[in-house]
Design a protein around this ligand. Structure first.
Ligand SMILES: NC(=O)c1ccc[n+]([C@@H]2O[C@H](COP(=O)([O-])OP(=O)(O)OC[C@H]3O[C@@H](n4cnc5c(N)ncnc54)[C@H](O)[C@@H]3O)[C@@H](O)[C@H]2O)c1
Ligand SMILES: [Fe+2]
Length: 383
């Protein structure tokens, strides 16, 4: 039977990053292995993390060799560096890419393996790793919910497949709105659409539960209300704070699985390097459009959460309005609606569908089973 647990201690509020060092020290940790990417240092975010550790006299080593859509070699490089440094816990600070790389390091280090590939679901010999180093996750984007989720997404640069690593839930998430206050608008937009995708895919997932739906409901409502403001409105700081929390809540909603938007977008990002949120934003409307008659009753429930007055509306009409609301939100925050604009060509479709069927089975089964023809049609509609 399904179960639901809140596994991550979540610390939140402006300035709460200052507590990081004391919290780590109180837990008995001595040497932090900080996994991040160069954009986080450039944004001035790393300073607040390192100074909190310094104040608590917790040693630290920084590993910055992480790129968007992080890869197996990037994770493996971190494991070697952590062994060399003598770290005894991991801090992931950044967007989903840095946090996922930190999760990969925390698992591979704890399991003692030679490569993180060993622990990738559907790939390695140990698809359900049983150990993970103590892990703090500090998001600097408002999107992935990785700070709360049980999985990491790691790319194999040879096959271009994005794979899941499971059983890597962080111990503590630190949500400090000050860390997202200066996030560039295009990153805010893309990551916000990722969070919306999580909540909607979780809501319509056949495995949904009353608990996952509770989180999805709140997240859809908050994102619909705040994402435009967070990207380019006059009340940006307050809206970004709501988005940071909403993305985390959306992360809580996805514990029973996501769906075809993620399955198809992972292939796009794996092959073309497209930011995860952008690929999702393009595909969300198209996957919903494709399944909207099947999903009509559920989209009727989602409609008011997106600000649509659906009182007395037939379900099919509400479903159409939800798809339109997704498109208008995406357009208002200047995210492209076309896969051709991120470099995909019609001739890519057969390869991408094959990739999706081979590597994204866990995602492409929802909201309902899809044939190769279905997946091709969705890609084609998004070009
Ligand atoms: N583990 C999960 O549950 C989960 C869920 C969804 C997505 N993901 C994964 O997360 C990754 C995407 O993460 P993302 O969308 O957060 O982006 P990201 O981590 O790839 O970051 C994108 C860029 O934004 C920069 N950046 C991040 N925060 C910033 C800030 N505050 N100011 C300035 N620049 C900043 C980074 O330096 C980077 O260059 C993908 O690999 C995706 O597959 C994981
Ligand atoms: Fe996502």
């Amino acid at each position: 039977m399904p179960s639901f647990a809140l596994r991550v201690e979540t610390v939140f509020g402006e300035g709460c990053i200052a507590e990081l060092g004391q919290r780590a020290k109180a837990a008995g940790y001595k040497h932090a292995f900080v996994v991040t990417d160069p954009g986080i240092r450039a944004a001035g975010i790393l300073d607040s993390i390192l100074s909190s550790l310094d104040e608590a006299e917790v040693a630290h080593t920084v590993y910055e060799n992480v790129t968007p859509n992080p890869t197996i070699p990037e994770v493996d490089g971190g494991v070697v560096a952590m062994r060399d440094a003598g770290g005894d816990f991991v801090i992931g600070v950044g967007g989903g890419s840095a946090i996922d790389a930190a999760k990969g390091v925390a698992v591979t280090f704890a399991m003692g393996g030679a490569t993180s590939k060993e622990y990738l679901f559907g790939v390695g010999a140990t698809p359900f790793p049983g150990k993970v180093m103590p892990l703090f996750a500090i998001p600097t984007t408002c999107g992935t919910g990785s700070e709360i989720s049980a999985a990491a997404v790691i790319t194999d640069p040879v096959s271009h497949y994005k794979h899941l690593m499971l059983n890597c839930t962080p111990n503590v998430a630190i949500l400090d709105p000050n860390l997202v206050a200066k996030m560039p608008a295009p990153i805010t937009a893309a990551t916000g659409m990722d969070a919306l995708t999580h909540a909607i895919e979780a809501y319509v997932n056949p495995g949904n539960t009353p608990f996952t739906r509770m989180f999805a409901t709140r997240a859809i409502q908050q994102i619909s209300k705040n994402l435009r403001q967070a990207v380019n409105g006059p009340d940006r700081p307050a809206a970004l704070k709501h988005m940071l929390y909403a993305a985390d809540i959306a992360g809580q909603s996805m514990s029973q699985g996501l769906g075809q938007v993620h399955g198809l977008s992972h292939v796009v990002s794996g092959r073309l390097g497209t930011p995860h949120g952008v690929a999702n934003a393009i595909l969300l409307s198209q996957v919903l459009e494709f399944h909207k008659d099947f999903l009509a009753e559920q989209l009727l429930e989602i409609a008011p959460l997106m600000g649509i007055n659906a009182f007395g509306m037939p379900a099919n009409k509400a479903a159409t309005e939800v798809v339109a609301a997704v498109r208008s939100l995406r357009s208002d925050i200047s995210v492209t609606s076309k896969l051709s604009e991120v470099g995909m060509k019609e001739s890519d479709i057969p390869q991408f569908v094959e990739d999706a069927q081979k590597s994204q089975g866990i995602f492409i089964a929802a909201p309902r089973a899809a044939t190769a023809e279905d997946l091709s049609a969705i890609y084609k509609s998004a070009l």
